[in-house]
Design a protein around this ligand. Structure first.
Ligand code: FEO
Ligand code: CA
Ligand code: CA
Length: 636
């Protein structure tokens, strides 16, 4: 059964959830204490009503949330609520094929080993059911921790080490089989595949073949090797997987003199890499020798996980930036809409609308829907009454319109897409506090986006405090949501509000840094990042935050996953991760009885984790599989 069918957990047509307008009213009334915040600055704090906090603390009554909250944790374990069980599905380095070496602690594996093993730093993932006992799990492998991957901890890199790092990221595609013991990875399963930084890929859409995408190795600009820094994801109703290239700038550099263009600078590309050292051993990543290679990354890549021989396709119509995820909805008009975040301080939220319509009866006709359409960027207007809500509009990134012309540096639609950030600025898009994942409600026209944090808010010239980003030096983050006008994801306008402001009410009193009133001492967290809905409309929230448990983050513990009811605003902590990890990536089975969750980089920076195996073992990113002991619906 497709995840896109809107059924409840018993496979009945879903009852209506409250009208969005009612939810907005409710949420605004919950946040009356925030009234008058239109011109918030670093020093303009507003008083928090003790009553509203007491009310929020007492609202443990959501009909959607049926589990007992777990406390924060600083332990090196993965903790789920009473009545739940968590098992390890797969970890970095586990072989996907017979004859491939097992993982060796302390960096003993080679690049060849890694090409046949599960990649490192698992992130976004999607579950593709085939039948009751067979499925495909496609999972991103975002980056590497050299301090854990190499015995020299990255201090004595060689060409072979760079090859290993290139093999460890990209995407892992796993065949899953279900037995009485639950879902397991099938070694040598027919769909098993590793996609990595040297896998041949096609470039399609408006930027295909553009001069900025041409290199010596690919003079036509339509074929590229690989994908890396694959952050979050998306899936399409025609059965493909979308993997999103995020911090790709950090792989390029040069020891030689290079002229960095303003456009390259806007994408963070310069002679200094992020420490990955690829350009020292692989000329493809040397900006002096291959100045255009960097333009061939920062895209959304579409993969057919059902065919291990298929060629992944970079879909340039979705724009080039530091992509977080790609949340795809089929609008009631039939057009496909993809919501996209650009994760950097002061960057933007985007939306793609396909030119053609989705045809549920013709899979082949949908295959290139993501090649033609219009990319838009969001402008958020703040309500004049000072509520943290307002209207917004989608600004089209169209060559020749609204000043996106040669005089302003955009010579074609291809250039508008390759330099989407510059085009967005030209149109007056709103700078945001690091847009991470976007999630669309399964039945209501309502979309949520995590704005994880932004130390530059109120500090950098282009990042004045504004309605959707109301706190200067914001180290807690917030979740914004919007309702498309007329219930149509294709409409040009929307209404928005803030679903929550993360904060720390035990450290900050009577100001916005305490968080909104659905945040309290029992459910607080910082830096929301991964989000996703289950079929019943529970909003799952994962964190990639500061885990110091001190200062502003006192009492917040390790990174975690929470569950929220979008109608009541209640937020409840569902799990906590091990030491120095990020919780990222989630996928449900269609019956919502199994939930896969990613634990990324436990023990980063040699922080002392030995997750998941314990003892003296090297810590390893892992996918955890969560079920209920009574076999029930997760979260209910
Ligand atoms: Fe890969 Fe923005 O997180
Ligand atoms: Ca993320
Ligand atoms: Ca993150």
């Amino acid at each position: 059964m497709s995840q896109f069918e809107l059924k409840d957990e018993q496979n009945h047509p879903r009852p209506q959830v409250p009208e969005f307008t009612q939810m907005i009213e409710k949420s605004i009334s919950r946040r009356r204490f925030l009234g008058g915040t239109a011109a918030l600055g670093a020093t303009a704090f507003f008083s928090v009503s003790p009553l509203s906090r007491a009310v929020a603390a007492a609202t443990g009554t959501s009909p959607l949330l049926g589990f007992s909250a777990v406390p924060t944790s600083t332990a090196d374990t993965f903790v789920v609520p009473p009545g739940y069980k968590a098992e390890r599905l797969i970890s970095w380095g586990d072989p996907l094929f017979s004859g491939v070496a097992d993982f060796i602690d302390g960096g003993g594996n080679t690049a060849t080993d890694q090409l046949g093993q599960f990649g490192d730093n698992n992130d976004g993932m999607s579950f593709f059911p085939l039948d009751d006992h067979t499925a495909i799990l496609a999972i991103n492998n975002e980056y590497c921790n050299y301090e854990l991957m190499f015995d020299h901890q990255g201090k004595e890199m060689s060409a072979a080490d760079v090859e290993k790092a290139q093999a460890a990221q990209g995407v892992s595609i796993l065949t899953l089989k279900k037995s009485a013991q639950g879902w397991q990875v099938e070694k040598d399963g027919q769909y098993n595949r590793r996609i990595h930084a040297n896998t041949p890929m096609a470039i399609s859409g408006p930027a295909k073949g553009h001069a900025l995408l041409q290199t010596q190795a690919d003079p036509k600009g339509e074929r590229v090797l690989g994908t890396f820094n694959n952050c979050a994801n998306g899936m399409t109703p025609w059965g493909t997987y979308l993997t999103c290239e995020e911090n790709v700038h950090g792989y390029f550099g040069s020891k030689d003199q290079v002229n960095i263009t303003p456009a390259q600078a806007r994408y963070g590309i310069g002679p200094e890499d992020a420490g990955w050292q690829w350009h020292h051993f692989d000329e493809r990543f040397d900006l002096a020798k291959n100045p255009n290679e960097c333009n061939r990354f920062g895209w959304v890549v579409e993969i057919d996980p059902h065919d291990p021989t298929s060629t992944p396709i970079k879909r340039t119509a979705l724009g080039r930036f530091k992509h977080e995820n790609a949340e795809l909805v089929v609008d009631k008009s039939g057009h496909v809409v993809v919501y996209l975040g650009d994760d950097e301080r002061g960057e933007h939220i985007y939306r793609f609308v396909s030119r053609n319509k989705y045809d549920p009866d013709n899979a082949a006709a949908n295959r290139d829907l993501l090649d033609e359409g219009t990319l838009y960027v969001a402008r958020f207007n703040s309500a004049s009454d000072g509520e943290l809500s307002g209207t917004g509009e989608w600004l089209p990134l169209l060559f020749g319109e609204q000043g996106l012309t040669s005089e302003n540096g955009f010579a074609s639609q291809a250039e508008v897409l390759i330099h989407a950030r510059l085009a967005a600025t030209h149109l007056g898009a709103t700078t945001m506090d690091r847009p991470e994942w976007v999630a669309a409600h399964p039945t209501e026209p309502m979309v949520f986006c995590t704005l994880t944090n932004n130390k530059n808010r109120g500090v950098a010239d282009n990042q004045a405090v504004n309605g959707p980003n109301p706190r200067a030096e914001n180290n807690y983050g917030q979740i914004i949501r919007w309702q498309p006008s007329n219930g149509r994801h294709t409409d040009a306008t929307f209404n928005w509000d803030l679903f929550l402001l993360a904060g720390n009410p035990t450290v900050h009193k009577d100001n916005l840094y305490a968080g909104s009133d659905n945040i309290n001492a029992d459910n607080m967290f910082n830096s929301p990042d991964g989000i996703g809905f289950d079929k019943a409309g529970r909003l799952w929230i994962q964190t990639d935050g500061k885990y110091s448990n001190q200062g502003d983050f006192a009492g917040q513990g390790n990174n975690q996953m929470l569950c929220a009811d979008p109608a009541t605003g209640e937020v409840r902590r569902f799990l906590t991760g091990p030491i120095a990890c990020e919780i990222t990536g989630l996928a449900f089975t269609p019956d919502n009885k199994t939930l896969f969750v990613g634990v990324q980089h436990p023990g980063e920076d040699l922080a002392g984790s030995h997750f998941p195996l314990g003892g003296d073992h090297t810590p390893r990113s892992s996918v955890m599989m969560i079920t209920r002991e009574d076999g029930g619906i997760i979260g209910s």
